[in-house]
Design a protein around this ligand. Structure first.
Ligand code: SF4
Ligand code: SF4
Length: 160
């Protein structure tokens, strides 16, 4: 990973903390190793396996984040580069501009979270939004704005 991309990801973590994705694909061959490292891998009805997000392996220290199982992280994590990381790698944005996008996305996440009830357990932001079943126009608007930002800046059509 190029130095500046690493600097960006160590200050971000949005693809691991349940904001961009609700789960990460895990190959069957990788499941025993992840379980031995203390992670819970769930099986979907179609037989595929997933590591739920927010990922328990994500560690935060001040403004920096890191992966506790970096060497053994799933292939879906290893191969993932968001649009912003790619743009930084290609020199289309500076590290400063990319970090500003992360800060802006975090603000958008906070705006949504401020409208949500406290979470009793770690859930992705989409799961938390889905728990609000009563009509909530402010939440609907904030969530739509957040999704549009995440798609445009980070996710594109990618799954993880
Ligand atoms: S969302 Fe992009 S910039 Fe943020 S940690 Fe993931 S790959 Fe890195
Ligand atoms: S295993 Fe590591 S890289 Fe993958 S989602 Fe968890 S914290 Fe992120």
């Amino acid at each position: 990973m190029p130095q500046s991309t690493e600097s960006l990801c160590l200050a971000c973590g949005l693809c691991c903390n349940g904001v961009l994705f609700g789960a990460v694909r895990v190959a069957p061959v990788a499941q025993p190793r992840l379980v031995s490292l203390g992670l819970t891998v769930v099986q979907r009805p179609d037989g595929s396996q997933r590591l739920l997000q927010p990922c328990p392996a994500l560690q935060r220290s001040g403004e920096r984040v890191s992966c506790d199982v970096y060497v053994d992280r799933p292939d879906a994590c290893r191969s993932f580069d968001c649009l912003l990381a790619r743009a930084l790698h290609e020199g289309e944005v500076s590290l400063e501009e990319a970090l500003a996008e992360v800060a802006e996305a975090r603000r958008a996440v906070s705006s949504v979270e401020a409208l949500l009830p406290p979470a009793a357990e770690p859930l992705s932001i989409e799961q938390r939004i889905a728990q609000v079943t009563a009509p909530h126009p402010s939440l609907t608007a904030a969530a739509a704005s957040l999704r549009a930002r995440l798609d445009r800046v980070f996710r594109g059509r990618q799954q993880r």
